[in-house]
Design a protein around this ligand. Structure first.
Ligand code: HPA
Length: 275
């Protein structure tokens, strides 16, 4: 057994001493997007610090708890707080909870994030469904020996975000009369926001929104055969010609403001997912 698999098993064994929940749906909540967790009827909450091999959140705006409960009458597990490369974790650490989720029973993973707009049609407060991504992290969570019992050495990436879940989310948004965008998310290392020249470059290579997360979790989820839905809240506009300084406070306040839209869509998706 590989060390990764042994660590996963130890984390799962610990979680099983707290709950026998087998949630088919996993949720990762991004910066300023914790509101959905309030909608979950909680059964158990486990601090990351208690779980063997789990990293600890270092960013103040992120809590560190794994929540088990019911949302729209479906069993879910939610990560309240996530990990980023810029915090100093390896991508193997960043994505470890996603691997554990799979062992807990998760088949569909819903991921949210805060992102900056590169597409000039997008505005602050918009919600974007991720159609695809570009990995510019300069790293990959699958580097190193592959555990063939977890997934293939060279995972296919023709459908990084499930077409079925994207269609479900678009339909849910339409029925809820919430306007959504759809686009390509590019992941940067951070922690600094990008320069004008970088924004120009990112737009040129085909990205609609930029952020510092989600891509590693997506890669590992796809590696293990999970379906992923990614949703971004556009918190700021990264247009080179009219760029203004942005603070973390503004990003969080915009995320909080736009979050009810995303929460409503996610909840509706959970309700409609066929298991
Ligand atoms: N870059 C620019 N703006 C952003 C980001 C980012 O990574 N995340 C949220 N807003």
């Amino acid at each position: 057994m590989t060390e990764l698999r042994k660590n996963m098993q130890e984390a799962v064994d610990f979680i099983r001493t707290k709950t026998d929940f087998r949630p088919p749906i996993g949720i990762i909540l991004g910066t300023g997007l914790g509101g959905l967790s309030k909608e979950i009827e909680k059964e158990t909450a486990i601090d990351y610090g208690e779980i063997p091999h789990f990293p600890l959140s270092t960013v103040e705006s992120h809590h560190g708890r794994l929540l088990f409960g019911t949302l729209a009458e479906k069993k879910v597990v939610a990560m309240q707080g996530r990990f980023h490369l810029y915090e100093g974790y390896t991508l193997k650490q960043v994505t470890f909870p996603v691997r554990v989720m799979k062992f807990l029973g998760v088949e569909s993973l819903l991921i949210s994030n805060a992102a900056g707009a590169l597409n000039p049609k997008f505005r602050k407060g918009d919600v974007m469904i991720m159609a695809d991504h570009i990995n510019l992290l300069g790293d990959n969570p699958l580097i190193g020996p592959n555990d063939d019992t977890l997934g293939p050495r060279f995972p296919d990436m023709s459908e990084p975000y499930s077409h079925e879940l994207i269609a479900l989310a678009e339909k849910a948004a339409k029925d809820l009369k919430i306007k959504v965008r759809k686009g390509v998310y590019v992941a940067m290392q951070g922690p600094n926001l990008e320069t004008r020249a970088e924004y120009r470059f990112l737009r040129t290579i085909g990205a609609d929104a930029v952020g510092m997360s989600t891509v590693p979790e997506d890669i590992v989820a796809v590696h293990m055969g999970m379906k992923v839905l990614g949703m971004s809240i556009i918190t700021d506009e990264c247009f080179p010609e009219t760029l203004k300084p942005v603070t973390l406070e503004e990003v969080i306040s915009m995320a909080n403001k736009a979050e009810p839209k995303m929460t409503a869509i996610m909840k509706e998706v959970v309700k409609r997912i066929s298991l």
